[in-house]
Design a protein around this ligand. Structure first.
Ligand code: 0GY
Length: 304
């Protein structure tokens, strides 16, 4: 019997007709942070989920990839699917080698299941510390998982709020893998780029050569509102100094992704074409763009 999942109240649908970016992506570019949701009747949403999204299928993701000019995707398991990675695995397996994935697993995952995930193209696990998205998971469980996936040469993706970094510092420092921070650790961009919180993130990356960051989600982090208020060219200007600082300080340890289909945005839904046009404002030279969009994700996800 198929289930019907009404989306959460106020849920914004993703942009159905994104513009064609003016910025031409370098050949071989990777959208290194995006999701698939369902479809719910084939891949039901998790019981423990904190929101119910609208469906966003692998076919729709691959169509967006082609429209924007990306060659590959890294699909990240979202919390609405819990530790049920079937939609993610299905997307990776149907991509003709053009998608890799980051899964969510629990302590009871078997070695055979991890091997099957690896064969499907999974190369990392995600630990989520954003309290509105997940219930608490004991740290010793996460460390145990990290040590197991380290043997497969996977990495750990961590998602947290900037204010929580001091408390998470020691835990992150003890992870035995490459660690990838989602969305720059969600800085408060109304604070100065050299303010206390962002300085701490930069210090963390400086002191830990295994730590990377996604310089993604200007639409999520911006406090100045949607592009229409600012004009397309100036959209999300308040996020630029933060992303640019990471790209220029750690050019070999940054990744970029659309975050399509943009879960939990309350105020506006971005045009994904305009998000691509944001890239040259944070990676201002062809060399930085190539590292951000091609070299770094290919090294981490395709071993090249
Ligand atoms: C993102 C951001 C969010 C959601 C999730 O797994 C998720 O549910 O990651 C968010 O609500 O900030 O990366 O898509």
């Amino acid at each position: 019997m198929s289930e019907h999942f009404p989306k959460s109240p106020g849920w914004l649908d993703w942009c159905q007709n994104p513009s064609k970016p003016r910025f031409q992506l370098p050949a071989g570019s990777v959208d290194a942070h995006c999701h698939v949701f369902g479809p719910g009747e084939r891949f039901p949403y998790a019981i423990e989920r904190k929101y119910t999204p609208c469906d966003a299928s692998k076919e729709q993701l691959f169509a967006l990839r082609d429209h924007l000019g990306f060659e590959r995707n890294v699909v990240v398991q979202a919390t609405c699917h819990g530790a049920d990675n079937r939609a993610l695995v299905d997307a990776c397996l149907s991509s003709g080698g053009k998608a890799r994935g980051v899964a969510t697993v629990k302590r009871n995952v078997s070695d055979q299941e991890l091997d099957a995930l690896h064969a499907a193209g999974i190369r990392g696990v995600r630990f989520n510390f954003v309290k509105r998205l997940v219930d608490f998971t004991p740290r010793e469980e996460l460390i145990e998982i990290a040590h197991r996936v380290a043997k497969l040469n996977w990495h750990v993706v961590v998602y947290f709020e900037a204010v929580d970094l001091p408390e998470l510092w020691d835990f992150f420092s003890g992870l035995p893998t490459t660690v990838v921070i989602d969305h720059m650790g969600r800085p408060d961009v109304t604070q100065p780029v050299d303010g206390r919180d962002f300085e701490l993130l930069v210090k963390f990356m400086r002191e830990h050569a295994n730590v990377w960051s996604k310089v993604s989600c200007p639409e999520r982090l911006s406090a100045t509102g949607k592009p229409a208020l600012n004009g397309e060219q100036g959209a999300y200007q308040d996020v630029v100094p933060f992303a640019r600082r990471l790209v220029e300080t750690f050019p070999d340890r940054v990744l970029w992704g659309t975050d399509w289909p943009h879960p939990n945005l309350k105020n506006h839904m971005p045009d994904d074409g305009l998000l691509v046009d944001f890239i040259p404002r944070i990676a201002t030279t062809p060399e930085l763009q190539r590292k951000l969009l091609v070299d770094n994700p290919m090294r981490l996800y395709w071993g090249k």
